[in-house]
Write a protein that binds this ligand. Structure first.
Ligand code: ADP
Length: 535
């Protein structure tokens, strides 16, 4: 027998049409370079997005052509998220924090045909223009200055778009977007998402126990729109008619706190370092700012210290931690309290919130250790491997690499973790960050989280340094909060409550700041280069 169901392809266009029809009054707020706010209704957004699609087709865009974006978070970037695929193209978000050489290499590797760039980012564009020739460069006049020279004006392009627009015919497996891994641990590699993978990821991620996204939410995406599809929030928000507040280029904690005051969000997302600096600014000036009570914050991209989750809880904000990668669309797990644990103590709830959480529906996850697949016993440690309909099965332009994919078709994430009996994932490290001392593993993540729980410490990153006798030993790089003081001895004394003596760092480096990667995470490779000569 055959199913009687229709075979309509999963499509982003459906989400856009739905938004245009059902949520014309929802709002999109963008902070402009001069810090003023520009507002668009979803009705305007819908019309402009279709104009963009029509204009791109008018420029000769063919199915599968890549259109790169080099933009901050704002309404026009959101127009690209849906307008480029609507025209049949593939939106390729370029990471503006990479070096010009890397951006040029990535644009060439992706074969980008057109570029949409913020006017304020033209100086950056000029630095890599020689590495890859775009057929056309479309400039979004973000600052309001006139677009001059050889460039096409984004606003004029929309104004002059041919009337009437038909969505490009497509199969649900056709690509809609492309993102390169940020290359924290090696050369960037391209991942291409399809209509199908994106729609499925959007549906799963929006579930009440994951993002719990609703049309009545107001979302502040601090996560850059070039970082793993802004974790999928733009798609979910458009699907549900959710108000979006885009910070533009203003990501300094003071600017974010000002924006939160002006347009209070019910939900915000970003990597832990954003929230670590924001809470310090907030607590330094409680008379100036506050956080909206009941706000949720989706934090991921790196381990979230329990102390940070507790600090936000004191301000009435609940942090949910997600684990994922560019390769996984990205949300693959999220920490929430499962029904059978609803009665656990508050301390236990915080402990669970500080894990990477529970695997998302449609994602299969296993840990593979030296003795094969690990049991869920909270002890056995292995590499996290995942598979599912929104997990990449290969990389763009790369021969399949057995280091990245297992023989039986799982993505090898390079993350090391254990799973407890309830199915909560505890990431202990990236393979490259593991510390092996005298044949025993020490988790850098556990040490960092414990150090950051110390009231005098703002930031901490722990790396391995070579040691004659033990092979490797942990070195802790720490940033002390202004006006505080602390010694290696007092830090180790505090850690000794939780760790065995041999696990404690035997060296501390006190720094002004921990270097950040292009997506804002602690950059341990730079610390290793500086303190141990290794990468
Ligand atoms: P990059 O690999 O360049 O950092 P991604 O943003 O794709 O780019 O990073 C994915 C990686 O980030 C994961 O493999 C993992 O190491 C780390 N990561 C993401 N979320 C978490 C989390 N909640 N806890 C610990 N590590 C995380």
């Amino acid at each position: 027998m055959r199913s009687t169901m229709m075979k309509d392809p999963l499509s982003l266009n459906h989400l856009l049409e739905r938004a245009g029809r059902l949520f014309p009054e929802s709002e999109i707020v963008s902070r402009l370079p001069d810090k003023s706010l520009r507002r668009h209704s979803y009705a305007q957004y819908y019309a402009r997005t279709r104009q963009l699609a029509a204009a791109l087709q008018g420029l000769g865009l063919k199915k599968g052509d890549r259109v790169a974006t080099l933009c901050w978070n704002h309404h026009a970037h959101l127009e690209c998220y849906f307008g480029i695929p609507a025209a049949g193209g593939v939106m390729h978000t370029l990471n503006l924090r990479l070096s010009p050489d890397e951006i040029g290499w990535i644009a060439a590797d992706a074969g980008d045909r057109f570029l949409i760039v913020d006017d304020i980012l033209l100086p950056l564009y000029r630095q890599f223009a020689g590495k890859h020739a775009f057929e056309r460069v479309i400039v979004f006049p973000f600052s309001g200055a006139p677009v001059a020279g050889e460039f096409t004006d984004y606003e004029k392009l929309l104004e002059d778009a041919p009337p009437g627009f038909d969505y490009a015919p497509h199969d649900e497996n056709d690509p809609v977007a492309m993102c390169y891994t940020s290359g924290t641990t090696g050369r960037s590699k391209g991942v291409a998402y399809s209509h199908r993978s994106t729609v499925l990821h959007t549906l799963v991620a929006s579930l009440p126990e994951f993002w719990g996204l609703a049309g009545r939410d107001v979302v502040l995406p601090v996560t850059p729109m070039f970082h793993a599809n802004c974790w999928g929030i733009p798609y979910g928000a458009v699907m549900l008619g959710t108000k979006l507040v885009f910070p533009g280029p203003h990501l300094h904690p003071d600017d974010l706190l000002d924006l939160i005051k002006l347009e209070p969000p019910t939900m915000a997302l970003g990597v832990p370092t954003i929230w670590l600096t924001l809470i310090q600014a907030l607590e330094a000036h409680p008379e100036k700012w506050s956080l909206p009570k009941g706000m949720r914050s989706l934090v991921g991209g790196a381990a979230v210290p329990e102390s940070l989750i507790r600090a936000f809880a004191r301000h009435g904000v609940r942090i949910a931690q997600g684990w994922g990668m560019t390769e996984t669309s990205p949300l693959a797990t999220l920490s929430y309290i499962k029904p059978e644990l609803s009665d656990v103590s508050e301390d236990e709830q915080f402990r669970l919130a500080a894990t990477a959480g529970v695997t998302a529906p449609l994602v299969e996850l296993r840990l593979v250790g030296d003795n094969g697949v690990c049991p869920w016993d909270g002890k056995s440690v292995g590499e996290v491997q995942v598979r599912g309909p929104f997990i990449t099965g290969s990389y763009h332009n790369v021969e399949n690499d057995p280091a990245k994919f297992s023989e039986d078709g799982w993505l090898r994430t390079g993350d090391v973790a254990k799973m407890d009996a309830h199915g909560y994932l505890h990431i202990t490290d990236r393979t490259k960050d593991l510390i092996k001392s005298g044949g025993e593993w020490i988790s850098s993540v556990d040490l960092e989280n414990a150090i950051m729980a110390h009231p005098a410490i703002a930031e901490a990153a722990v790396i391995a340094v070579p040691h004659e006798k033990w092979g490797e030993r942990p070195l802790a790089c720490v940033v002390i909060k202004p006006g505080q003081s602390v010694t290696p001895e007092s830090l180790n004394e505090a850690l000794a409550k939780k760790f065995a003596k041999w696990q404690l760092p035997d060296r501390y480096e006190f720094l002004d700041a921990i270097p950040r990667t292009s997506t804002g995470k602690f950059w341990k490779m730079k610390l290793r280069e500086r303190f141990s000569g290794a990468r």
